[in-house]
Design a protein. Structure first.
Length: 110
């Protein structure tokens, strides 16, 4: 599993029948800053993910990829590689809050 931020949405009017009605979002995975370990930083990659939890743009979400993306009841028969499985409220590392949904920023939140 990975932490990612929803950066946008994707609309495809032509797609396989099994994907009709599924919301697709662009997500950017984040990682813990290697130097300070006090904030989340973007990886610079963008992925398309099927949203199963009603996430919105700007929210931090929990994603899973690969065969695990097809293990949810909503995606078990879909040709997907990335799925949003949760909306992140807080991230704590070594007793320090590095993200809090209420503050909205991925930087230091003490």
């Amino acid at each position: 599993m990975f932490v990612a931020r929803v950066s946008g949405s994707l609309v495809a009017t032509q797609k396989v029948e099994s994907m009709v009605g599924h919301k697709m979002l662009l997500v950017e995975p984040y990682r813990l800053d290697a130097e300070t370990r006090s904030r989340l930083t973007p990886t610079g990659r963008e992925l398309v993910a099927v949203d199963t939890v009603g996430a919105g743009e700007g929210e931090f979400v929990l994603i899973t990829q690969g065969s695990s993306a097809r293990l949810t009841p909503e995606t078990k028969n879909l040709p997907v590689d990335t799925v949003i499985i949760g909306i992140v409220d807080t991230v704590h590392v070594h007793h320090r809050c590095v993200y809090d949904k209420d503050s909205g920023e991925p930087g230091e939140n003490d």
